[in-house]
Each structure stands twice: as C-alpha cells, then as structure tokens.
Design a binder for this molecule. Structure first.
Ligand code: NAI
Ligand code: MG
Length: 497
C-alpha cells in the first residue's frame, strides 16, 4: 500500500487505497488467512473496497504487538502521552472533510448533517483527552503517622475495543483517547459494515504515536471480536453495540475475570408537558430521534410522550419538519437524510413498521425517497411517526435502530413518569417544560444515565455518558471514565519506622 497521509478528497479512491488490510504495529498487514470481505456503499449497493477478514491469528499478532509497545508507552510521562494524543486530534482536524466523505460513503450517513460532524467530534475528543494526562493523580491516605500511604493510577495494559457501525469514529474515539492517555495500548475490532474510515484514522494517528500502541483489525464478530475478548493478554474490554452481543462479550470477560465497559441499546423517552415551548420541542425531537442518521442511534428519543393539550399540534409540526427533510445521496451537500446501513437492518426496521401497523397504530410516513435512478438500489426508507400506538406493541417497546418514532398521548404527570420508566433500557431521557418544579422532579425520577431539560444535546467531551438497566455498564467520554475504566488504583505503603 502506498497511501500517504495528505487529505484526499475522493472517497472512492481512498476506499480502494485502504482496501484489504489491518493496521498492526504501525503497518498495514493482510489477514493471516488472506481472506477479505466486501465493503458496500449503501446508497447504491456498489462494492467500494475490501476489508481484511481477521481471525484469532490476526488478533494474536495485534495483541502481542500492543503488549510489547505498551511496556514503553506506560513509562512515557503522562503529559507527554497526552500531548501526542492531542497532536493526533489536531492532525485529524485537518482531515475532517476527507474522513466525513469516506464515512458517508461507507455508512450512508449524509455528509453535511452527520458525517462531517462526526469527523469533527472525533478530532475534538482526542484534543480533549490529550489535555488530561496530568489528571492521572493518586492520593495520599491518612493511614498511620509512621507510614506514608499513597495510591497511584496505573494503566491496565492492552485494551480490546469493539465498536459498531452507526457512529464508528466517535465511539472509537471515546474509548481509545482515554485508554491511550492513561498509558494503555489498544486493539480495535471495527464493525464489519464500516471498516475503512477507522482504518484511515489509525493510519493518520500512527504517524504520531509509537508503533503498536494503536492497532486495528477488521473482521466478523465471533471470528475476530470473540478471540479479542478471550486473548490472555487483553486486560480490559470496551464494547458498544447490541444488548445481545454485549451479553456475549460480558460473559467472555467474566470467564477471564477482566472488566468490561458496555454501552448498549436504548429506548429513550422524551416528555413534552403542556406548557413546553412546542417549536423548541419539535426541534429537539428531530435532533433527539436522529432523523438525519436514519434513527440509527442508541440514544434516539424513540418514545415521545406528549401532553394531550398539545399532542395533535406537536404531531403535525413534527410531520411537517421531517417531511421537509431531503433524502438523497449521502455525499450531496443538499442531503439531510441518507440511507440505512445494510439490507439486514432495513429488513429489521421495516418489520417493526409492519408490526406497528398490525397492532392498529397510525403510521405517518414522511419525506420522500429519492427518484434518482443512480440511487435506485439505495437503502432509503421513509421515516415513520406512529401515533395511537399501544405501549406493548413491538415498535413501542423494543429498540428499532431506524427512523421510526412512537408518539404517545398522556394526561397525568405521574402516569407519564411511570410510562417513561417502564422500559428495560435506561440510556437517556428528556423533559420539556417551563415549570422548574416539574423539571427538577423529573430529572430525579427518570431512570436514565443522561437526562436533559428543554434540550437534546448529543454526546459531549467531558460529560459522562452511559446507561443504567440493560443500556450498559460504565460511563464514557469524561475524565472519570478515563480514571475508572482505563486505570487501576495501586495502594503503596512506605513504613518509615
Ligand atoms: P452487534 O452488537 O452484533 O455488533 C457490534 C460489534 O460487535 C461489531 O463490531 C460486531 O462485529 C461485534 N460482535 C458481534 N458478535 C460478536 C461476538 N460474538 N464477539 C465479539 N464481538 C462481536 O450489532 P449489529 O449486529 O451490528 O446490529 C444488531 C442490532 O444491534 C441493531 O439492529 C441495533 O438494534 C443494535 N445496535 C446498537 C448499537 C448501539 O450503539 N447501542 C450499535 C449497533 C447496533
Ligand atoms: Mg450482530
């Protein structure tokens, strides 16, 4: 491979140039088996490149390289590690447009509304964590006056990272930036649907980091992710994905007695009280539901509870807003909404739409799929707003991971808090009201890891992010996530008598 690191504007050429390789110990490397699999543009169905198909042998090569590199990396002063990670952020910032185009091509997420934004947050995450090297502090403990007792933060070693396809850049950055600054080496297993852009990020960062500190493998879940969790030299796992796979990863980690951070699904409620600023709430619903990401978000505000007095007005405003969004070629700057990631995911989402209709709900389809013949094979799907839907209908209860939102009517505050909490998930929640007392009460009572009033911000550097109940274990994106999940505390006693 003769790929340089200057920004490239043509994502098709970049996809080709990145094809068929892992990145291990600072170098592109083919799969041990020699096998590859296709990477597909979901907007056209065309194959845009290949990914190396990793197996246990590749995992072993990458983990051994990481373990070797980590021995030196952990000895580097923490601030110096931080400076290198921040320098990666600065370098990646020069590649925002390039990375945005490639991730749009791989995942079908619109460049202007999603992909370029994600690339920019990726860079920011490295800059943010890069500044936290000197926060890896210990404590002095008042144990015995004749002894000096201190704690030190030490890296855990090699961290295995498994990421999904929906926001691969951001989710990877949230894990590897704190892991690296804390003195760990990382081996990432990318998602089979989106292996190329993360590989480019790894290549760019390997121009700055010592070889072996950040390695990336592509491959399928059981064949490549499985051996990564089970490798004897992996000391910690950080996973984002489905609840089902999260359980498999947690079981494998438990067998080895290593910790696992899990960021899993959600079915996040949004409560709109009768006194809310309705236009702001509609904006919040569009952002919260991630309509520009085809709803493919674990945080999606997919259960919207609206007070009876404003329900019909809200539904009409939401319909009009989503209807006005432009669905089209993800690489076109005019496009708001791109495509679903894969035929399997499309089938899953349409299954939920059918189940909602079968349960007697009203389905309002919005926006229009593009008429361009070049996009005829694209995985475009009209967003659906369900109203009058039973609380136990499948689209109302289960994570859909598609552009399908359920709007419920409520009259009583106590009733809506109970309904909002009646879910196996607990990732995020929002309440929209002008009444401070109601807002305060709801923030205390909503069972979720991330609760907002009158807004629906996405993940931000330095704000702890993660769920309760089946939504996961552990927090990410903050200083506390670095300290709690990527270091262990060593207690040291000096006896001075
Ligand atoms: P998944 O959870 O199976 O995949 C996520 C990652 O885990 C991928 O890198 C995959 O290769 C890896 N993986 C799969 N099986 C594994 C195993 N046995 N051992 C180790 N690693 C393994 O999610 P998938 O199949 O992409 O999507 C299924 C559903 O999960 C979606 O329809 C959606 O509802 C949900 N999902 C939730 C996400 C979230 O952010 N919480 C992200 C992606 C999907
Ligand atoms: Mg899966």
């Amino acid at each position: 491979m003769t790929l340089g690191t200057e920004p490239l504007t043509d994502p098709f050429a970049l996809a080709q140039a990145l094809s068929g390789a892992h990145l291990i110990n600072g170098r592109f490397a083919s799969a041990a088996s020699g096998q590859t699999f296709d990477v597909v543009n979901p907007a056209t169905g065309a194959v845009i490149g290949q990914a190396a198909e990793g197996n246990a042998e590749d995992v072993d090569r990458a983990v051994e390289a990481a373990a070797l590199a980590q021995a030196d990396w952990k000895r580097m002063p923490a601030r110096q590690r931080g400076k290198l990670v921040a320098a990666c952020g600065a370098r990646l910032a020069e590649h925002v447009d390039e990375l945005g185009r490639l991730i749009a091509l791989e995942t079908g997420k619109a460049l202007r509304t999603e992909s370029r934004v994600e690339a920019s947050v990726l860079a920011d995450m490295f800059v943010f964590f890069g500044g936290l090297g000197s926060e890896l502090k210990g404590e002095s403990v008042p144990f015995n006056p004749d002894m000096m007792t201190v704690t030190m933060r030490e890296p855990v070693g090699v961290v295995g990272v498994i990421i999904p396809w929906n926001v691969p850049l951001l989710l990877m950055a949230m894990k590897i930036a704190p892991a690296l600054v804390a003195g760990n080496a990382v081996v990432v297993k990318s998602a089979e649907e989106a292996p190329l852009t993360v590989l480019r990020v790894c290549q760019i960062m390997n121009e700055i980091l010592p070889p072996g500190v950040f390695n990336i493998l592509s491959g399928f879940g059981p064949a490549c992710g499985g051996p990564l969790v089970s490798h004897p030299k992996v000391a910690k796992v950080s996973f984002t994905g489905s609840v089902e796979t999260g359980r498999i990863v947690a079981r494998a980690a438990a067998d080895r007695l290593i910790p696992a951070t899990l960021e899993l699904g959600g079915k996040s409620p949004m409560i709109i009280m009768g006194d809310a600023d309705l236009d702001r709430a509609v904006d919040g619903a569009v952002t919260g539901m991630r309509f520009t990401r085809q709803g493919q978000s674990c945080t999606a505000s997919s259960r919207i509870y609206v007070h009876d007095s404003v329900h019909d007005a809200f539904v009409e405003k939401l319909r009009a807003r989503v209807d006005a969004m432009v669905m089209g070629d993800p690489l076109d700057e005019a496009t708001d909404i791109g495509t679903i990631i894969s035929p399997q995911q499309l089938e899953k989402v349409t299954g939920f739409i059918e189940a909602g209709r079968a349960a007697g709900a009203t389905a309002i389809a919005c926006s229009a799929v593009p008429g361009d013949p070049a996009l005829a094979k694209g995985l475009f799907l009209q967003p659906v707003i369900f109203t009058d839907i039973a609380a136990d209908a499948p689209p109302a209860k289960e994570e859909i991971f598609g552009p399908v939102v359920c709007v419920f009517r409520f009259r009583d505050y106590e009733e809506v808090i109970e309904a909002a909490n009646d879910s196996e998930y607990g990732l995020a929640a929002t309440i929209w009201t002008r009444d401070l007392r109601t807002a305060m009460d709801a923030t205390r009572r909503l069972e979720a890891g991330f609760v907002q009033v009158n807004q629906n911000l996405v993940v931000q550097p330095n704000l702890s992010y993660g769920g309760v109940k089946s939504s996961g274990l552990g927090k990410e994106a903050s200083l506390e996530s670095m300290l709690e999940h990527f270091t262990h505390k060593k207690t040291i006693i000096f006896n001075m008598t």
